[in-house]
Write a new protein. Structure first.
Length: 317
């Protein structure tokens, strides 16, 4: 886990985030119109007294809630199970034993998805809102861990805001690389990744109480094994097809790099505009023009009302 690895990964992540800047600008405007609570995450401003003060009309927000709710009802109807195990091709001669096996398997997957601690319901609702506003979502599926570091026997589903991740798509249209931003305190880094794997700068922060609570910018990257071998100039340590890498983006230091049998993330995109690989939301892209014109009309009416209330007075010589 040398510093050279962290340097290479940081450069790759920086480039992916830089390539996404123009898409961020568009999505920030869409979110500011339709979902201000999602839009503020594209900036460094904190929500407070200025929250949604730029919104002149609540109609776009109401429309966003309507189409998001309709999509949720269609994707996951509350009155029935919205998925089930079945065969790729229907076989009418499937035995009763085979049908029972598929039903049992469906029950197992359902319990795995909707367990008490999986947080899947919250993650899916958040993914619906991201898909409606931005045209894409990212869900991570990992093992739920107890406070002592042991496996809790359950999965953990989490949805991530587009402002905090960037990715690359291969020639087949599938995810080939992903970098996600995260913030952890120096104390949390030492607890999660062991102090020996931290950079010297972070280890010095652990010597003071204030330093232990200071936030550190880290990233989680997922790459194919052969691609990680290329960028670090090292031979792969496993036959697993993916590598999950945690690295300190501030100090260019790799914290952990375990092999993974799958990429840990599920990326969904509503609509693509080739050759652009980012997702787009058709309803948001359609409604933004009306929202802009509505704001212009409101401002024109406001200006007219102000001039009518206090007309310009001509000086008399």
């Amino acid at each position: 886990m040398g510093d050279n690895n962290g340097e290479e990964l940081s450069k790759r992540g920086d480039k992916l985030f830089a390539d996404r800047v123009s898409w961020y600008a568009l999505q920030a405007e869409l979110a500011s119109k339709f979902a201000p609570d999602l839009g503020y995450l594209f900036s460094t401003a904190e929500p407070g007294a200025e929250y949604a003060t730029h919104n002149l009309d609540i109609t776009p927000m109401l429309a966003f809630n309507e189409w998001t709710g309709a999509m949720q009802m269609n994707l996951r109807p509350p009155d029935r199970r919205w998925f089930g195990e079945t065969l790729v091709e229907a076989h009418e001669d499937l035995s009763t034993r085979g049908r029972d096996w598929l039903k049992r398997r469906t029950n197992v997957v359902w319990k795995l998805l909707y367990g008490k601690r999986t947080q899947s319901r919250k993650a899916l609702r958040q993914a619906d809102r991201n898909l409606s506003a931005f045209g894409e979502y990212l869900i991570s599926i990992s093992r739920l861990m107890e406070r002592d570091g042991s496996f809790a026997g359950s999965l953990l589903f989490q949805t991530w805001h587009p402002a905090f991740y960037a990715y690359a798509i291969d020639w087949q249209g599938e995810l080939s690389e992903l970098h996600r931003k995260a913030t952890m305190s120096a104390a949390d880094l030492a607890k999660r990744f062991e102090e020996k794997n931290l950079s010297q700068q972070v280890r010095r922060m652990l010597d003071t109480s204030d330093g232990r609570m200071k936030p550190v910018q880290v990233r989680h990257a997922v790459l194919p094994t052969e691609e990680y071998e290329y960028c670090t100039r090292q031979a792969p340590k496993s036959n697993a097809p993916w590598v999950s890498i945690w690295y300190d983006a501030e100090n260019r230091n790799v914290l952990r790099e375990p092999p993974q049998p799958w990429p840990l993330y599920v990326l969904g995109r509503w609509q693509e505009i080739p050759p652009i690989q980012w997702g787009f939301s058709p309803p948001a892209m359609t409604a933004i023009a009306t929202s802009r014109r509505g704001d212009e009309l409101f401002l024109a009416m406001l200006e007219f009302a102000e001039k009518s209330a206090s007309p310009d007075r001509k000086s008399v010589v």
